[in-house]
Design a protein around this ligand. Sequence first.
Ligand code: G3P
Length: 224
Amino acid sequence: MEYILDTADIQAIKHCNEFYPLAGVTTNPSIIAKENRNFWEIVKEIRDIIGPDKTFFAQTVQKTADLIVEEAKLMNEKSGGDFCVKIPISEEGLKATIALKKLGIKVLMTAIFSPAQALIAAKAGADYVAPYVNRLDNIIGDGCEVVAEIVEQFAIHNMPCKVLAASFKNAQQVHQCAAAGCQCVTVSADVLQTVIMHPMTDAAIAGFERDWQNVYGDKKILDF
Ligand code: G3P
């Protein structure tokens, strides 16, 4: 199970990269546009934080296969480390995926809302598919159930493609997707922080501190 951060907010990336076991950072055109800065500056700053080994995911803004391939090649060259291009599923996107696999460039097929879309993306050679959990839940779909079906279908058909579930609004969705066996989730810093929160944990930690201080005061193990 890989945890990936879904943001281009530099402060959030710095914080989460320091404190959480992150496998990489995902972005999309909306996430980049929110920053309203030079694209390559953002890429460089993210890479400087995560280092060359963690995966940086950026999405193409082109619509035709040839231009998607051209843009993916440029981003792959300039990303400064492990890179994966995100391509929304479409006929042109599938054609680009087939071509990029021949060039050895990693592809995440995104904007996936059904197991049928996921299977054909995997067959085209996508390394990852990104089903959008919360956007399905928003329209009274069941995002986690779709993720579970994709995981099952990939197992039946022996597809090496990873399921990178995206679009989360709460920790329960993350938990359900992990339980369904998806290999990666990409989440905001807020959702990631919610994953480790539990009131019983806070109570347990307060109890340990109280009991220790009652006997040893401010003395720490390092002071013995
Ligand atoms: O990048 C895809 C996905 O993470 C989008 O999430 O929150 O915009 O539905 P959201």
